[in-house]
Design a protein around this ligand. Structure first.
Ligand code: SF4
Ligand code: FES
Length: 265
């Protein structure tokens, strides 16, 4: 037991990291931002990336420097709030995870880490690393719902049989957490992966089919209005999505939209 504790203690000291952080600082939406350099020491490999940011902020507060604003909430990959562009990748140098699930073991002692906000016209910076992602809310508000007749004659949802494959595909689309990494990864800042996931999760179920075409038209119109770019099929969104949302959702959305345009003619 003694040797086990001693081994862990020595290993911990050996693995402790000192890092250089280059972080985007911007006082507010209209201010000019810039990268600022910070040194941080004593970082353990088992710490999460956001814990490392907490330690940095505690240090800055002690030095009477304004702490760095960054988004977070659940810290377990569910809410989609965390949104850091780390060393050129949304959510950092690991696959299928959110920033809050990233651990410092992905870095090594002496590394320089670049930390920036999502970069997109439709996601303006509010402060430092926090961006305004309310454009996503407006896309959902424009059509990402199902109208239900509550007259008293409504069929219980559980009474409508749904093929397992459709239920699984709808569930997969519904795992989109609205983080915006797909937009940040795309050279065109396209929101097609997000919008198509929100359309697909409803369209794959019988309850969502009724408003299918209308929904696609409204949500795509809102997406364009918000200033997101077009999809040019690079696949960067799917590669960087923490939930592995498939590009096939974009193909489905395009099919529904094309159908809607033809029916309007
Ligand atoms: S599609 Fe993926 S990357 Fe885009 S918002 Fe949803 S979870 Fe985030
Ligand atoms: S803080 Fe909720 S997903 Fe990262």
């Amino acid at each position: 037991m003694f040797y086990f504790v001693l081994f862990n203690f020595v290993a911990k000291i050996y693995l402790i990291m000192n890092l250089t952080l280059k972080i985007w600082r911007q006082a507010n939406k209209n201010a000019k931002g810039e990268m600022k350099e910070y040194q941080i020491s004593g970082i353990e490999p088992d710490m999460s990336f956001l814990e490392m940011m907490d330690i940095l902020n505690e240090d800055l507060i002690k030095k009477d420097i304004e702490p760095i604003a960054f988004d977070h909430d659940c810290r377990e990959g569910i809410c989609g709030m965390c949104s850091l562009f780390i060393n050129g990748r949304p959510h950092g140098p690991d696959d299928r995870i959110t920033t809050c699930q990233l651990h410092m073991r992905k870095f090594k002692d002496g590394d320089t880490i670049y930390i920036e906000p999502w970069r997109a016209k439709a996601f303006p910076v509010i402060k430092d690393l926090v961006v305004d992602r309310s454009a996503f809310d407006r896309i959902i508000q424009s059509g990402g719902y199902v109208n239900v007749n509550t007259s008293g004659n409504t069929i219980d949802a559980n009474a409508i049989p749904i093929p397992k494959l459709d239920a699984d595909k709808a569930f997969e689309a519904a795992t989109c957490i609205g983080c915006g990494a797909c937009v940040a990864a795309c050279k065109n800042a396209s929101a097609m992966l997000f919008t198509s996931a929100k359309i697909s999760q409803l369209d794959l179920l019988p309850q969502g089919k009724v408003e299918s075409k209308n929904r696609a038209e409204k949500m795509i119109a809102q997406m364009d209005k918000e200033g997101f770019g077009n999809c040019t099929n690079t696949g960067a969104c799917e590669a960087e999505c923490p939930k592995g949302i498939s590009l096939s959702n974009i193909a489905r959305m395009n099919r529904i939209y094309a159908d809607a345009l033809v029916s309007n003619d």
